[in-house]
Ligand binder design. Structure first.
Ligand code: EPU
Length: 320
């Protein structure tokens, strides 16, 4: 059997060959994945991983495609989209499969009168991707209520408790491992469904007014910059006229910094620094991954040369 046939035997029509990743990424950028498969159960996932191992093929685990920059060269291996999408709510405890959309979980829990995830209504991507990178916005982060994560590690299923997840700003232990997130458990609080639903609308409105949502993008391109020592803080306060919120958070908003550098609107080919929010690189329609990489390099160079700030990408690269 060919590899395609072996994969089709596992996932049926959910195996596509030479599938453009641009069809699956929010950036609308990315060349062909040699195989693009959707797995709808742990068993399917295990079987696909077996095929990859037996044939020495590279794999890439794909969540919602919202925080990815995929190379125009594509990916010479199996891209595995995690498509397990059930959740259950028992009292204040919620367990969600990795493939559930974060925004869907935010709505479902608000409808159930559970407080803690309303911020995620405007979060693109899936629970698995969100937990892996400890995604956050508008005052919430995955780590606030996530109590454990079930992962696939080698051939085994392992439940990882909060302490071992080592969550940090856009960080978790999973990001530095080969573990594949299967589901996550959250402990929420009781709230009033009507109030929570109106909170959802507020958060959506906030996102709409401050970020470019219509254009293809990967969300925020860079992590906000964490200020190390008091001396550095002092230097940046003097040099940058740092707003008081950023001083007390000891973090420089990358979007604000890029705005300050006068880079909004800067364009290389089809890739452009958004006019709305400096930390968004948008695809004006025909951007290549190479143009985005060039724009990233330009922004990083300017931030380092002019303010001594080393920006780090939040976006994940695939196929580079
Ligand atoms: N600002 C500017 N110009 C800009 C962008 C921002 O002056 O071009 C100012 C804003 O007016 C505000 C401050 O900078 O006073 C901070 O901006 P914002 O509230 O947009 O927050 P941020 O620090 O830039 C973070 C997250 C976003 C999240 C927002 C809202 C990171 C890298 N970014 O952005 O997350 O949506 O807060 O909570 O942590 C993402 O991770 O993909 C993402 C978009």
């Amino acid at each position: 059997m060919t590899i395609t046939q072996q994969l089709q035997a596992i996932v049926g029509t959910k195996c596509l060959e030479n599938e453009p990743m641009s069809k699956h990424t929010n950036f609308r950028i990315g060349g062909p994945a040699k195989w693009f498969v959707e797995v709808r159960s742990v068993e399917e996932l295990q079987n696909v991983l077996d095929v990859a191992r037996e044939n020495e093929l590279a794999t890439f685990v794909f969540g919602g495609g919202s925080n990815l920059l995929a190379s125009d060269q594509g990916f010479d291996g199996i891209v595995i989209k995690i498509a397990m999408r059930t959740y259950d709510i028992q009292g204040t405890r919620v367990r969600a499969d990795a493939g559930v959309l974060s925004s869907g979980l935010a709505r479902a829990t608000a409808n159930a009168g559970l407080k803690g995830l309303t911020w995620a209504i405007s979060l693109p991507g899936t629970v698995g991707g969100g937990v892996r990178g400890n995604a956050g916005c508008f005052g919430g982060e995955m780590k606030d209520h996530c109590t454990s994560v079930l992962v696939q590690r080698g051939g085994a299923l392992v439940e990882i408790g909060k302490d071992d997840l080592k969550f940090g700003y856009r960080e978790s232990a999973i990001k530095h491992s080969d573990d594949i997130i299967l589901s996550a458990t959250f402990e929420l609080e009781e709230g009033d469904a009507r109030e929570l639903k109106s909170e959802l609308d507020d958060k959506l409105m906030k996102r709409k007014t401050s970020q470019p949502l219509d254009a293809g993008s990967a969300g925020c391109m860079f992590k906000n910059y964490e200020i190390g020592t008091d001396e550095e803080l002092q230097r940046l306060v003097e040099k940058l006229d740092l707003p008081s919120e950023m001083q007390s958070a000891r973090r420089v908003s990358a979007g604000w910094l890029i705005d300050k550098l006068g880079l909004k609107g800067t364009q290389i080919g089809g890739a452009k620094v958004s006019d709305v929010h400096g930390n968004f690189v948008v695809n004006t329609g025909s951007a290549t991954s190479d143009e985005v990489v060039q724009l990233i390099a330009l922004i990083k160079t300017r931030a380092r040369n002019e303010f001594g700030i080393q920006l780090m990408e939040e976006v994940q690269y695939v196929g580079f």
